[in-house]
Design a protein around this ligand. Structure first.
Ligand code: AFP
Length: 315
């Protein structure tokens, strides 16, 4: 598989095998996903992950594919939503990679965009020290979206780049060298079925948006909820907006639903690198440190004006 068409000067020399393995595997995965039911029962429940979430066949398949492909590419520690413990792939490796290999799995059987999310650190002395550290220590983060296009957004800390898979050649072609997340939003995203469980500041923000021009917002806002973090993030990076998966009063949702290490932190890095903001409602995600590998974290991100307003409402 040819190297993705990415400006080599943007990738530290010895990160290339790892990035190539991620690209090559995601291209294979894209082909499987595009076949849907012709590739088998990809959305069938096959077990539970560390947190009791149901695992789908494609979750497990994707995890196995990435784990196998990353061996020998410089990855010392591999952490996955689908595996309780961190794996040591190469003792002499330089990097620690955390991934949600298949995000949005409730959408597998209904042909809605799903994705892979990854976060990369320099490996520390042990597995815990490699991942349980400030999100600002990340040296790379990205997602691959399996949708009408297969595309990859990636940052090495010098802006968020966007690549689109050219199916004819099997290469990721660069289309944006520095994505810019618009400061103003016209859309907001939250799972509205949880309204009765929200905290007061979240409810106040949503109601402000719903009142639109008739209220203090002074403009109407549109509403979107895909149920796939990668799809929402890509839309917001592209045309602005706000995403909220806050803590709520449901059992187990004291810290929302999204996982700090391999969902929240990498998306926060990509968003900040594109000029947006990402918080836990108040504090910048990039300043926060995970205490446990699979911990959840309330997550708000998007257009800076909106993220600031949400922090203001939290007083
Ligand atoms: P699944 O991978 O279990 O479908 O979860 C997807 C996700 O983590 C994230 O991609 C969505 O934004 C969020 O969950 C949707 O959560 P709700 O189903 O509670 O709306």
């Amino acid at each position: 598989m040819p190297m993705p068409a990415i400006d080599p000067s943007l990738i530290p020399e010895d990160m290339r095998p790892m990035i190539h393995a991620l690209c090559a595997t995601s291209i294979r995965l894209s082909g499987i996903i595009a076949r849907g039911p012709l590739a088998g029962k990809l959305g069938a429940g096959v077990g539970e992950n560390s947190d009791g979430d149901q695992q789908k066949a494609l979750d497990v398949m994707a995890d196995e594919m990435f784990e196998a492909a990353l061996k020998g590419t410089g990855v010392k520690y591999y952490a996955s939503e689908e595996q309780e413990e961190v794996l040591t792939l190469d003792d002499g490796g330089r990097y620690a990679l955390a991934t949600d290999p298949l995000d949005g799995s409730s959408n597998i059987d209904v042909n809605v965009t799903i994705g892979t999310i990854f976060s990369i650190f320099e490996a520390a002395d042990d597995a815990s020290a490699s991942f349980l550290r400030p999100a600002r220590d990340q040296i790379c983060a990205g997602y691959i979206a399996y949708g009408p296009q297969t595309l990859m957004a990636i940052t090495f800390g010098s802006g968020t780049m966007l690549f689109v898979l050219e199916p004819e050649t099997g290469e990721f072609v660069p289309v944006e060298k520095a994505m810019k997340l618009p400061e103003a939003a016209k859309e907001f995203s939250i799972n509205a079925s949880n309204r009765r469980h929200w905290t007061q500041p979240v409810l106040a923000y949503v109601e402000e948006n719903e009142r639109g021009k008739d209220g203090s917002k002074g403009k109407d806002m549109n509403f979107r909820w895909v149920g796939s973090l990668v799809a929402e993030t890509h839309r917001i990076l592209t045309r602005g907006g706000t995403f909220l998966y806050p803590s709520d009063a449901r059992q187990g949702y004291e810290n929302g639903r999204l996982r700090m290490v391999y969902e929240v932190a990498p998306m926060a890095f990509l968003v900040e690198q594109a000029g947006g903001k990402a918080t836990d409602g108040v504090k910048p995600i990039m300043d926060l440190t995970a205490e446990e590998l699979h911990e959840r974290r309330p997550f708000v991100f998007g257009s800076s004006e909106e993220v600031d307003r949400i922090a203001e409402l939290h007083g």
